[in-house]
Design a protein around this ligand. Structure first.
Ligand code: ATP
Length: 334
């Protein structure tokens, strides 16, 4: 395996920020560490970068233990949330900096800077200073600077979270395309599930320093193994009311859950099937309405599609929870 994490653990005093993480990353893969604030994703990235020391465990690159290699010798490109460009250097000098540190010959530096700035479409801005550029442009310079020395691995720490929504969206695609065309192994930290789902080949969902589940976006969505993953990736109803759990016995370690779009909504009176529900809230989301209903003594979220009819609080519906759509999840909490 290209990059392997074995029993990686990091403690800060009493706090275990990263707890026995095992993970294999293939060459050329784009992996996201995803999780809520405090789950340990940034610490895990910093351990890979060599910016923190492991409490225990090991990190291997191409089979070689990285423990003895300080950050600057790891040949990893890093981009942080804040652009961290050198404010007193032009765009071109920022990109050249790492190559000068590595004592590349001048002509090779010039060629590489040109190539990298073309790659991020900033060639015409090469002589500007960071403060003359927008946030999105600065982040593209940071990317060019990180990639210029041909790093073995690219590490991105919330690189888009300081940008506004429009720029963030367009940069998602741009980074993703760049990563694929260069084939560079990439790890990105994010707390934004949409970002992770759109960009990553595989998502590592973290909770309290541990990995909850690793998988492609669709796997995590369609086959979450835990309550935490079910609730973090998309929306899901935890089925609590005994009346709704008829077919499934209670257990203490597991919960039953169903995605809102899998609950079948019938009009009241429609052939008498299903369970009775009363509409409590309706949110209009364009072609979809997210409807909160009370059924069997608990609230459930369902979805209504298209323009058919209107639903209002107080309306009565009937619901069917198809048995094959009900998932059994390990009851993990954030
Ligand atoms: P965020 O998105 O808020 O940065 P995160 O998921 O990246 O969260 P970390 O920053 O890795 O989480 O933090 C994990 C845990 O480790 C938290 O409880 C945090 O308070 C603690 N922690 C992180 N860095 C340090 C440090 N240098 N000293 C002490 N505790 C730390």
């Amino acid at each position: 395996m290209f990059l392997s994490l074995r029993g990686v653990t990091k403690r800060f005093g009493e706090v275990t920020a990263v707890d026995t993480v095992d993970l294999d990353i293939a060459e050329g893969e784009f992996v996201c560490f995803l999780g809520p604030s405090g789950c340990g994703k940034t610490t895990l990235l910093r351990l890979v970068a060599g910016l923190e020391h492991l409490t225990s465990g090991e990190i291997l690159l191409g089979g070689t233990d990285l423990a003895a290699l300080p950050a600057r010798k790891r040949n990893f490109g890093v981009v942080f949330q804040s652009y961290s460009l050198f404010p007193n250097m032009t765009v071109a000098r920022n990109v050249a900096y790492g190559l000068e540190c590595r004592k590349w010959p001048r002509d090779q530096i010039d060629a590489r800077v040109r190539e990298m700035l073309d790659l991020v479409h900033l060639g015409v801005h090469r002589d500007k200073y960071p403060h003359e550029l927008s946030g999105g442009m600065q982040q593209r310079v940071a990317l060019a600077r990180a990639l210029a020395p041909r790093p073995a691995v690219l590490l991105l720490d919330e690189p888009l979270s300081a940008l506004d929504a429009k720029v963030r969206e367009s940069l998602r695609g741009e980074i993703r395309d760049l990563q694929k065309s260069l084939g560079i192994t990439t790890i990105m930290v994010t707390h934004d599930q949409d970002e992770a789902m759109e960009m990553a080949d595989r998502i590592v969902v973290m909770n309290r320093g541990r990995i909850e589940q690793v998988g492609a976006a669709d796997t995590l969505y369609w086959a979450p193994q835990t309550r935490f993953v079910g609730e973090f990736i998309g929306r899901i109803n935890i089925i609590e009311a005994p009346a709704l759990r008829a077919a499934a016995p209670d257990t203490t370690e597991e919960v039953l859950a169903i995605r809102p779009e899998h609950i079948v909504v019938l009009a009241d009176g429609e052939d008498g099937r299903g369970i009775e529900a009363t509409v409590r809230k309706v949110a209009f989301l364009g072609n979809t309405r997210r409807v909160s209903v009370e059924a069997g003594g608990q609230l459930l979220e369902v979805e209504l599609h298209g323009g058919k009819g209107t639903v209002r609080p107080g309306d009565r519906l009937r619901l069917v929870l198809p048995a094959d759509r009900i998932r059994r999840l390990a009851d993990t909490r954030p």
